[in-house]
Design a protein around this ligand. Sequence first.
Ligand SMILES: NC(=O)c1ccc[n+]([C@@H]2O[C@H](COP(=O)([O-])OP(=O)(O)OC[C@H]3O[C@@H](n4cnc5c(N)ncnc54)[C@H](O)[C@@H]3O)[C@@H](O)[C@H]2O)c1
Length: 270
Amino acid sequence: MRDLFRLDDRVAVVTGALGLLGPVWAEGLLAAGAAVVGIDRPEAKMTDRFRRLLDRYGEKRLGLVRADVCDRRALVRAREFCISEFGTPAILVNNAGIDQPPGKLKKSYRMEDVPVEISRAIFEVNVLGLFQSAQVFGAAMLKAKRGSIINIGSLYASVSPDLRFYDHIPVDPPFLKPPAYGASKAAVVNLTRYLATAWAPRNVRVNALSPGGVKGGQDEKFIRKFSSRVPLGRMAADRDLIGPLLFLASDASSYVTGANLKVDGGYTVW
Ligand SMILES: NC(=O)c1ccc[n+]([C@@H]2O[C@H](COP(=O)([O-])OP(=O)(O)OC[C@H]3O[C@@H](n4cnc5c(N)ncnc54)[C@H](O)[C@@H]3O)[C@@H](O)[C@H]2O)c1
């Protein structure tokens, strides 16, 4: 039965590979036997976590391509690199995403004043970039008649942020999670359904994986408030995410498409 989750001889692509969760997905896929091609923006810094994976698995199992998911030509070049150096992609983890556009954190806004540019930048990456990368890598999967695409959603695809988690942050106006973030993730979940139905006849499955809040450098007050709101009583740890990803990536989920797998400790159930 364990073989159901194995990914030997499969090539996986992970976008946003240099962020917090990119290396978590990459590590899980590598451990299950896949070769992984990470993609990240040209200006994103190499991280210790990704470098450790490179040291451990070597360049034959793990590659990194610089491409912005909003740049279709760069994505096509990344696909060509992936095919020539590793093989046809069988798995795509569409993970690149932004919450606050980089460099825009200096000022807080009231809901009624949020500049449209901030919302546009979030939709550009989280929805349109994700769609483009599904199109570019999905095209290779459709040709091969095999593939699993996992779009990373969020608990905020289903529920609104609870602003009380942030009310200890001393900014005026009070911190506001960008309204476009959850809206973009809701769009990801619905786009997942459409792609799933369109590509099911050609054996390409498309699912969403929606994590809850993942512990990673937040302040203690936030962690306490957030955790008390979660039925399982804590934020997600990296290891909580790997099993659900491998389920969706592998033949263990061969009859699952169009789903939104919520990995949020029950947050969205309450
Ligand atoms: N961390 C969490 O608690 C959490 C919870 C729910 C969902 N998510 C989702 O998981 C995904 C990863 O989150 P994270 O916490 O690792 O974020 P992160 O900011 O640490 O990493 C995101 C990565 O995506 C890259 N990226 C951003 N824009 C890009 C672009 N245009 N082209 C290519 N790469 C780009 C960044 O350079 C970065 O390396 C996101 O989609 C996020 O919305 C995260």
